[in-house]
Design a binder for this molecule. Structure first.
Ligand SMILES: N[C@@H](CCC(=O)N[C@@H](CS)C(=O)NCC(=O)O)C(=O)O
Length: 255
């Protein structure tokens, strides 16, 4: 497998160790071609390993975590390259060539194709490995999961991120311009979204209904990302707490 051997479960290398980064089709010509469909089955039941792709991942960041949890819930192991957002590795020329938006997660397939956006990456794996379904089975389930995933991501999760990115002094070099008023403006929005989510979880076990889905993964990552904003989930949001304990206890939540 060229420069690196990705034979162990949860193997990762750091971006700076990947030199020169192989990020375009020309540079990829000499790489071994691995059929994406021939992803090898790992030793565990329902567990898979892909030797032919790389997931560019970062610690403590909510979006890469969404993909890690999604993969863990399906038992898929993808070799990872750790990109340090604090030291701006994602703004290096090498990473910018790979993903001009300079964001993680980023998935590079063996033929050099790049997929970005947590949901797009997750959907790709859902298509390759439909079980267990995390985007729904029936047309109604699929629509409902899509609806809640978008509500959580575009509403609550974005509000949490705005409070963090525009309010935290450590983010001043990431979020330019940093607008403190925008952080403040998002605090009541965040609390209102959280109330609606709590109400919803009083009616159904999981945010999109009867089954665990990608929408729960998005919600878990967003709730956990409230920690650096120093805003707490109110104690009286008992439905949300019930849900949180349940989804947070799943092994994939540790990914
Ligand atoms: N919509 C994208 C968002 C990706 C994103 O914003 N990633 C953050 C980490 S959570 C990032 O790379 N930030 C780099 C920066 O802010 O400069 C997704 O769903 O993947």
């Amino acid at each position: 497998m060229g420069q690196f051997s990705y034979l162990q479960r949860s193997t990762y290398v750091r971006l700076k160790e990947l030199s020169p980064i192989r990020s375009n089709a020309m540079q990829l010509e000499n790489r071994p071609q691995v059929d994406q469909k021939s992803l090898v089955r790992d030793c565990g039941v329902g567990s898979y390993r892909s030797d032919g792709m790389k997931l560019y991942d970062s610690v403590r960041a909510p979006n890469p975590r969404r993909v890690r949890i999604f993969l863990a819930a399906k038992g898929i192991d993808v070799p990872r390259v750790m990109v340090d957002l604090v030291s701006f590795e994602h703004r290096s020329d090498e990473f910018t060539k790979l993903n001009p938006l300079r964001r993680t997660p980023t998935l590079e397939l063996d033929d050099g194709t790049v997929i970005t956006e947590s949901v797009a990456i997750s959907r790709y794996f859902e298509e390759l490995y439909p079980e267990p379904p995390l985007f729904g089975r029936t047309p109604l389930e699929k629509a409902t999961i899509e609806m809640w995933n978008r509500r959580v991501e575009l509403g609550f999760m974005t509000e949490v991120q705005m409070v963090f990115r525009h309010g935290h002094p450590g983010m001043a070099t990431h979020e330019i311009p940093q607008v403190l008023e925008w952080a403040e403006a998002n605090k009541p929005k965040l609390m209102a979204s959280l109330r609606l989510i709590n109400d919803r979880l009083g009616e159904v076990p999981f945010i999109a209904g009867e089954t665990y889905s990608i929408a729960d993964i998005t919600l878990l990552c967003a709730v956990d990302f409230m920690k650096p904003t120093k805003i707490k989930v109110p104690e009286d949001h008992t439905h949300l707490w019930r849900w949180y304990k349940e989804v947070n206890a799943r092994p994939s939540a540790k990914a």
